[in-house]
Ligand binder design. Structure first.
Ligand SMILES: [Zn+2]
Length: 497
């Protein structure tokens, strides 16, 4: 059983990787369609023959099987890993994988009972039932019965609950019965999770249920409207992160450090604990921003649930982004340390600036940010072979203290050296060829030539070209903090200004 589940998990992850790769390539982050793609491509891969293997697997294995679905939704919202899985699922309004497995199992049992008595499958069912009645707990029927019991129904009374298959006046087609089974199971799950939870809800779950969860009258989780609103990924993340407590407010950071809630005071206004309500509706620091988004507070500053379910979710997203940006600026000015979120944002393509990001592909995706520590490494990898190109070019190399040197490389600086004009020009041509073959470009404005010679005429008569452009000849040049002077032929340490 466990092996079958593990195989499914491997297939499921392979399918998820394919799905995520394609979505990333096409910059596709629309939640509804992604959820639909998940149901169409992933669920069958994960849940194949679940009716057979699902009853026998352990609780820990179930958690692992739920993981791909949670990963997919978490990525959509960029939520923290500590968010309870039930909240993550409620954001997309999807039932857990367990419901899918139960659905398959119940449908399977129904179809077994529907077959005629002389069919082998029916005979197998009967014999398994007999074994269970005799007290064998390892047979399929016994395992299925106890699995059903843990989830609130029995083998004798299984979904659909509303209509019995034997009801003479009501004839239901197979499709209708299937739909009813699914609905009953989803209702059961919602009741056990949100309406009548089997155990006390945690702080996050309680906050979510009180302010953010929307249930229909017949007990279904409604997908929040921001998921169905056409807006950019950044706006959706801004709303989603606040809803799932994946923010950096004091109330959340303090929770991780075990600080009592009275001490999680807002670091900007120092008036009261920095809760979600304080941040969105009360904190005096964001007074002006609230003025710009007055439509959100037309009916007053609160309650949180009303503001968060404001009809124009795009407006709410813009407000949250603006507030987030303002908070970061103020905290940085106050000397606060950089939050982990900011550091993570730095490395996530297109999120360095918390402005509204375009839904469509941007050039940012293929570059590193200014000052990124990865930059010199990438540069090193790219130009690794340049020395060979320069070596192959004809011309005598420069001479530093008796050692022949043809090129100096440090971080992202390249200095080709030669004892003659022709030699240096051939080095430059080699550099051109090298760049052209790799699709690189050299900034001509930052490229200079310096000639070490006492005669000014010699120094200024020569001319050099690169990639069709003229290179400026200069009299001195600072390289790694050292000033090289062309006229004296020697160099002196750069003086601090
Ligand atoms: Zn405050």
């Amino acid at each position: 059983m466990a092996q079958a589940a593990r195989d499914r998990l491997t297939r499921g992850y392979a399918a998820l990787a394919g799905l995520e790769r394609r979505c990333f390539q096409t910059h596709f982050q629309e939640p509804r369609s992604k959820g639909w793609l998940f149901d169409t491509l992933m669920t069958p891969a994960l849940m194949y023959a679940a009716a057979v293997w699902a009853p026998g697997i352990t609780e820990a294995m179930w958690t692992r099987i739920e993981r791909p679905q949670i990963t997919m939704i978490s990525r959509l919202l960029r939520s923290k890993p500590s968010v309870p899985h039930d909240i993550i699922r409620a954001e997309l309004g999807t039932p857990p994988m367990l419901v899918e497995a139960l659905f398959q199992a119940v449908s399977f049992v129904h179809s077994l009972w529907d077959t005629t008595r002389d069919r082998y499958t029916r005979l197998a069912l009967e014999s398994s039932r007999q074994l269970a009645l005799q007290g064998d707990t390892s047979c399929w029927f016994a395992q299925m019965t106890s699995w059903f019991q843990t989830h609130g129904f029995t083998m004798d009374r299984r979904p659909p609950f509303k209509y019995s298959l034997q009801t003479p006046l009501m004839y239901l087609t197979r499709v209708e019965i299937t739909r009813l089974i699914r609905q009953d199971l989803i209702q059961l799950d919602t009741r056990r999770t949100w309406i009548e939870p089997t155990q006390e809800l945690g702080t996050k779950m309680a906050l979510y249920r009180e302010h953010l969860l929307h249930l229909t009258t017949d007990g279904f989780v409604t997908r929040p409207s921001y998921m169905d609103t056409h807006q950019s990924h950044a706006l959706r993340c801004a709303i989603g992160q606040l809803r799932t407590s994946s923010h950096q407010l004091e109330i959340e950071i303090g929770r991780f450090r075990g600080v009592p809630s009275d001490s999680k005071i807002c670091r900007l206004c120092h008036l009261e604990p920095e809760t979600e309500l304080h941040y969105i509706c009360h904190c005096t620091v964001y007074y002006e921003i609230r003025g710009c988004f007055h439509c959100l507070f037309r009916e007053g500053f609160g309650p949180l649930s009303r503001v968060m379910s404001f009809e124009d979710q795009r407006c709410l997203g813009l407000y949250l982004l603006e507030e987030h940006r303002h908070r970061d600026t103020l905290l940085r000015r106050a000397g606060g340390r950089q939050s982990q979120r900011q550091i993570t944002d730095f490395f996530t393509p297109g999120t360095g600036k918390l402005e509204e990001q375009s839904f469509w592909p941007s050039e940012d995706v293929n570059s590193v940010k200014q000052g990124c520590p990865l930059s010199p490494t990438l540069f090193g990898l790219y130009i690794d072979e340049i020395t060979e190109y320069i070596q192959r070019a004809r011309g005598r190399e420069g001479d530093l203290g008796g050692t022949p040197v043809h090129i100096l490389l440090y971080a992202d600086d390249i200095v080709p050296l030669s004892e003659s004009q022709e030699g240096l020009q051939s080095h430059l041509q080699a550099l051109d060829t090298f760049c052209m073959e790799r699709g690189l470009t050299v900034n001509l404005g930052k490229t200079k030539v310096m000639i070490f010679h006492t005669s000014r005429t010699v120094r200024h008569r020569a001319s050099f070209t690169k990639a069709g452009g003229q290179i400026e000849v200069v009299d001195s040049y600072v390289y790694l903090g050292v000033t090289f002077s062309g006229s004296t032929g020697v160099f002196s340490m750069a003086q601090a200004a």
